[in-house]
Design a binder for this molecule. Sequence first.
Ligand SMILES: Nc1ncnc2c1ncn2[C@@H]1O[C@H](COP(=O)(O)OP(=O)(O)OP(=O)(O)O)[C@@H](O)[C@H]1O
Ligand SMILES: [Mg+2]
Length: 259
Amino acid sequence: MGLSITVASGKGGTGKTVVAANLGVALAQLGKDVVILDADIEMANLELHLGLEGMKFTLHDVLAGEADVKDAIYEGPGGVKVIPAGISLDGLRKADPDRLEKVLNELLKTTEILIIDAPAGLGRSVVTALAAGQELLLVTNPEISAMSDALKTKIVAKKLGSHVLGVVLNRAGYDKSDLSIREVEVILEAKVLAVIPEDPEVRRSSAFGKPIVLANPNSPAAVAIRKLAAELVGEEFRPLEVTKEKFLDRLTKGFFGRG
Ligand SMILES: Nc1ncnc2c1ncn2[C@@H]1O[C@H](COP(=O)(O)OP(=O)(O)OP(=O)(O)O)[C@@H](O)[C@H]1O
Ligand SMILES: [Mg+2]
């Protein structure tokens, strides 16, 4: 059985999907077999972040009993595998959320690393997602209004037998009123594993379906996520020198016509 990580926050819009998508790609780039599943069956959007909209089968079809989960796994950017939830209302209408637990358990048997992108709130599908993940990665923003939701999520996850991996502090450095890393750690009683700065490029790259770890791998936001990925699998983080070499290579060819 592989490793399963549920990315959750309680509060909506903290960056769960951005973190799930980018962490998945970063882990895939480290050679891991990674599946990201969008457990947000009502308000799905992982497929948009990864440029995989309009796929034939989605989790909705699987939950409707109309497709096998294997049919709904697609190769995404950077070699990550993705199970989109489906964004159509028709699909949502026929999906039976009761089947989610079985689907997740089935996936766990065949996947090296399963990343579950949880919905906001603490509704039924969140609880199913929290119960399925061995590890909880709490994504939160450095603001007091996000803390109580993150705390509730952590308490529920622990009750469900999940281990708290730690916190990703996203959209940091936006405002002077930001909570510090130390304050977040004290409130949530969990370690901050990564700090991702507020960066308009994160939003832009999501909008174009190309995660920031691919669009701009050496940006501070991408480096924070790539470092987290390396730490999770016990590897040393390496800056992407390759990119620079390729750039110099192209420059040399361009200027001197060498190659
Ligand atoms: N570090 C960041 N800098 C700038 N924009 C960000 C950052 N992280 C996330 N965003 C943007 O914030 C918005 C919400 O992010 P995302 O969809 O990942 O949140 P979520 O927690 O999954 O939301 P939901 O609760 O609706 O599932 C998106 O437009 C995303 O591009
Ligand atoms: Mg989301």
